[in-house]
Design a protein around this ligand. Structure first.
Ligand code: GLV
Length: 316
């Protein structure tokens, strides 16, 4: 079968070698080609990261599309328009959960241990011990508890931070500790009011676009910190800057933005309390991702459905 890889950000040979190796292990025969280099070639299955519309529109025989990332907001609307009915599968963890847990843990510890305050004191050669907040009251609120949110929440809970979560449905799924307070988006107000650190890891959908505006973010306790590593469009960035400048929020660690790459003129680049990283909190790893995709293809070949299938109505 013919597998197209559309991923201009990765050396194609790395995908091909890993896919061929996993196909061999599963007893599948595959012909893997670089769709960026051969855009007219037709495929049975496609592995894509942000493919252009005209390429997708030209693929008439696709049996399924595998998204080379966890979030499908870029490709799902395109598929609905151009290849409706073709199943879309997203990566499930594939080595990204651990990276996300590292990213969130680093930002939480920096906030909890007041490292930014000490950096400011150091700049003034000022020796000034600051009080440590009681750990039991330093509630970490996870907005979104999918594969990424859950990996990070488990890490923070293992580090003895109190964890709570707010999700679309507010219902627990396997791996969610029954001791964590868990509410649905309808009860976000109380959740925000008690989160000393807000970790935003929701998928981008119609429901979450622009969800965190001034009114919502103002509900966080004074001095709260924000960490955003899912999708930038969930936060109204101008409102966030206003709350930082008013001193209501202490910091915002941002990995994702409404516009990426973040334009050089964007004030977030220069904000003293906004650490910026270029959408790297959880990067796609070729090895584990190729293994997962090949298992998914093997499932389709057997007539089964793989896990990680996107629910089109839900949007993720
Ligand atoms: C990265 O943003 C991803 O969706 O995996």
């Amino acid at each position: 079968m013919r597998l197209a890889v559309w991923d201009p950000g990765e050396v194609f040979r790395r995908w091909r070698d890993a896919l061929v190796q996993h196909a061999r292990e599963l007893g599948l025969s595959v012909d893997v080609f670089d769709a960026v280099a051969a855009p007219d070639a037709q495929a049975d299955f496609a592995l894509v990261w942000k493919p252009p519309a005209d390429w997708l529109a030209g693929q008439a025989g696709l049996r399924a599309v595998f998204n080379l990332g966890a979030g499908v907001d870029a490709v799902l609307p395109l598929m609905q328009r151009l290849v409706p009915g073709v199943p879309l599968v997203r990566l499930e963890d594939a080595g990204m959960g651990r990276q996300m847990a590292d990213y969130v843990a680093e930002a939480v510890l920096r906030a909890y241990r007041r490292m930014d305050d000490y950096a400011a004191l150091q700049a003034r050669s000022s020796w000034e011990p600051l009080p440590l907040p009681p750990r039991g009251g330093f509630q970490i609120g996870f907005l979104g508890l999918g594969q990424m949110g859950l990996a990070a929440a488990r890490r923070l809970a293992a580090m003895d931070f109190p964890v709570q979560a707010c999700t679309r449905s507010g219902t627990a799924r396997p791996g969610v500790d029954a001791a964590w307070p868990l509410v649905s988006l309808r009860r976000i107000d109380a959740f925000l009011a008690t989160s000393r650190v807000l970790v935003v890891l929701l998928p981008r959908t119609r429901e979450t676009d622009g969800l965190l505006d001034y009114r919502q973010l103002r509900q966080l306790p004074a001095g709260a910190h924000l960490i955003s590593a899912g999708r930038g469009a969930i936060i109204v960035e101008s409102d966030l800057i206003e709350l930082l400048d008013e001193g209501h929020l202490a910091s915002a660690t941002l990995d994702v933005f409404a516009r990426e790459p973040l334009p050089p003129t964007d004030p977030l680049w220069r904000h003293p309390r906004v650490p910026v990283t270029p959408h790297v909190a959880a990067q796609t790893l070729v090895g584990p991702s190729a293994a997962q995709v090949m298992r998914g293809i093997a499932a389709f070949e057997r007539g089964d459905l793989p896990s990680g299938l996107v629910d089109v109505a839900r949007g993720y």
